[in-house]
Design a protein around this ligand. Structure first.
Ligand SMILES: NC(=O)c1ccc[n+]([C@@H]2O[C@H](COP(=O)([O-])OP(=O)(O)OC[C@H]3O[C@@H](n4cnc5c(N)ncnc54)[C@H](O)[C@@H]3O)[C@@H](O)[C@H]2O)c1
Length: 250
């Protein structure tokens, strides 16, 4: 396929895993809308990448913000072939030490954000009779993770939502899948290391990984590219872990 003939939205696309996904899609056949709270970084990346891309300030927790981002993409490019929900956030703390403001923030970014973007793109995808949605969840959702109980719950909600939606929209030629990273070396993990509990958790996790190293954002991006491609045309409602063998889930 010719470069620039497909369009993608990547939330959280300015940094970490989302940035690697934006880069790889731009080098493949996609025009990429990098939808992130960090507007300057998103715009800088959009300018830096080869081809025609957009850096758009977007807060996934606000439907109005997401809706106007999607409208802008449609205005510029007319279609949305791929949505990658990658925006996410957590901090390490035992559940008993967290409060409802923290719970709400975690659920709003990690789960409601996915509902907002999905709602905004589904109409256009149905009209164009096809599309692909890839949600970045976490192995914490599949096997649990101490210090990340609320985040694990929000990411598990993303998995259950994705499977249900996959069944609902399959007749519209829309596939919905999840990519579930284990430990991936990104600024988020750097921030987790800033407190003692987080640092200990990260070190403990590395020891448990059969490959004895964290993954790279590029390794997650390659799995996203595979799921978005025609090589994955018979795959929907699935969760693929990218975790160096840390968890081996049926
Ligand atoms: N790094 C890991 O080990 C790991 C493991 C499992 C899952 N994940 C998931 O992968 C995804 C990316 O993680 P990362 O490590 O690259 O994180 P990161 O913090 O490095 O990057 C996250 C990006 O999301 C953006 N973002 C945050 N809140 C937003 C909002 N409300 N609206 C729009 N954008 C927002 C940030 O500005 C940032 O650019 C997240 O969903 C995370 O939960 C990461």
């Amino acid at each position: 396929m010719e470069q620039g003939t497909k369009t993608a939205i990547v939330t959280g696309g300015a940094r970490g895993i989302g940035q690697a996904i934006s880069r790889l899609l731009a080098l493949s056949q996609y025009r990429v809308a990098i939808a992130d709270l960090q507007e300057e970084e998103a715009q800088r990346l959009a300018r830096e990448l080869p081809g025609e891309h957009l850096g758009l300030r977007t807060d996934v927790t606000s439907f109005a913000s997401v809706h106007s981002m999607v409208q802008r993409v449609l205005q510029e490019w007319g279609t949305i072939d791929l949505l990658v929900n990658c925006a996410g956030w957590t901090r390490i703390a035992p559940f008993q030490e967290t409060d409802d403001a923290y719970w709400r923030r975690v659920i709003e970014i990690n789960y409601l954000g996915v509902l907002n973007t999905t709602k905004a793109v589904l109409g256009p995808m149905m009209e164009q009779k096809g599309g692909c949605i890839i949600n970045i969840t976490s192995d914490a959702a599949r096997v649990g993770s101490p210090g990340e109980a609320v985040y694990a719950g929000a990411k598990a909600a993303v998995v259950a939502f994705s499977k249900s939606l996959a069944r609902e929209v399959v007749s519209h030629n829309i596939r919905v899948n999840c990519v579930s990273p284990g430990l991936i070396e990104t600024p988020l993990v750097e921030e987790l290391r800033e407190n003692e509990k987080g640092k200990r958790l990260v070190e403990k996790m590395i020891k448990r990984i059969p490959m004895k190293r964290p993954g790279t954002p590029e390794e997650v991006a390659l799995t996203v590219l595979f799921l978005a491609s025609s090589a994955a045309s018979y795959i929907t409602g699935q969760v693929i872990s990218v975790n160096g063998g840390m968890h081996m889930v049926d």
